[in-house]
Write a new protein. Structure first.
Length: 118
């Protein structure tokens, strides 16, 4: 069992930056692929970025070059650095854990709101 708690969301102006954190507890964090999904109002939940235990990453095309996912296995934490934010990035961001990169998530956090608006 893995418990995930996100933090770092908030209100930011277009072009600004935010850094999301996800702290994991419970099972062995380092064996799981970690990732971030987001869900905007009226839209389906979509993959934002994922990272394998060894550090391989994947990103949605819409965030490539702007977002960076990273992890610190010693601190059981995964991060999402978001730069050059756009209004269309507004959503609830969810941390998740999967057995392998690209697989369906098994565990989810409660979500953190990111709002990009002037």
């Amino acid at each position: 069992q893995v418990q995930l708690v996100e933090s770092g969301g908030g209100l930011v102006q277009p072009g600004g930056s935010l850094r999301l954190s996800c702290a994991a507890s419970g099972s062995i964090f380092s064996i799981y692929a970690m990732g971030w999904y987001r869900q905007a109002p009226g839209k389906q939940r979509e993959l934002v970025a994922g990272i394998s235990p060894g550090g391989s990453t994947n990103y949605a095309n819409s965030v490539k070059g702007r977002f960076t996912i990273s992890r610190d296995n010693a601190k059981n934490t995964v991060f999402l650095q978001m730069n050059n934010l756009k209004p269309e990035d507004t959503a609830v961001y969810y941390c998740n854990a999967a057995r392998f990169l690209g697989f369906e998530p098994i565990y989810w956090g409660q979500g953190t709101q990111v709002t990009v608006s002037s």
